[in-house]
Design a protein around this ligand. Structure first.
Ligand code: AMP
Length: 219
């Protein structure tokens, strides 16, 4: 099974994708995490992507598509993947469909986590992630047990540079002006499930599981 999560920054898609990946035993692939990992290791990919990411801009399609296709065609993704943060443009979606078809695979469902811009801004201003594995916390709704320390691996928590200042507004603009069109693209294929992402984490997860096990109900 191959599932895509679509949602703005702060919609909870990373959290929900991880929960679902564990439930369905699928590989969770987050394009932003792959880029941040490449940046922290100083690889050529990281060097190419860094400036775009810090400015809150999209990394060019050719770089992003190559990175994701390389990742999802590895052995551990053969049972299926949950894609989080990719695709973000129509060109990426078309490239993904084409590449999956070559392997006899296809996207089964696209989950859209709908959250208002006001809520997104509130959530992003209190979002912190851990240095070691990018586990996500929210100081208001999901704080760590010890301030500044990841519950899971004990590493330091920090606020992403692109979760602050102008970069946040730019990223949300890109989502609402560009990425949102993916809902039409996948809607035409009859694959979109819309879920109200403003509710508590466990309620959102329950709605997603319900939507995947049945037809295509919303919220
Ligand atoms: P995220 O953690 O998903 O918010 O991604 C962080 C940053 O990585 C984004 O603001 C972009 O600069 C870059 N990025 C992640 N995924 C993509 C994508 N599918 N296309 C282009 N850039 C991306």
């Amino acid at each position: 099974m191959n599932i895509i999560f679509i949602g703005a920054q702060g919609s909870g898609k990373g959290t929900q994708a991880e929960i679902l990946a564990q439930r369905l035993r699928l590989r969770h692939i987050a394009s932003g995490d792959l880029f941040r990992e490449a940046i922290s290791k100083g690889t050529p990919l990281g060097v190419q992507a860094r400036a775009y990411i810090n400015r809150g801009e999209l990394v060019p399609d050719e770089i992003t598509i190559a990175m994701i296709l390389e990742r999802i065609t590895q052995d551990d993704c053969q049972m299926g993947t949950i894609l989080d943060g990719f695709p973000r443009t129509i060109a990426q979606a078309v490239a993904l469909d084409k590449a999956l078809a070559e392997y006899g695979r296809a996207i089964d469902r696209v989950i859209y986590l709908k959250v208002s811009r006001d809520t997104l801004l509130q959530r992003l201003s209190s979002r912190f992630i851990c240095r070691a594995h990018q586990h996500v916390y929210n100081l208001m709704s999901n704080p760590p047990k010890r301030a500044g320390i990841c519950d899971i691996d004990g590493s330091e928590l920090y606020q992403r540079e692109d979760d602050r200042g102008e970069a946040v507004q730019k990223r949300l603009d890109i989502f609402f002006n560009e990425t949102i069109h993916l809902l039409d693209y996948y809607g035409q294929q009859g694959k979109v499930v819309e879920v109200d992402g403003e509710r508590p984490i466990n309620e959102v997860s329950a709605s997603i599981l319900q939507a995947l096990s049945g037809g295509l109900p919303t919220t």
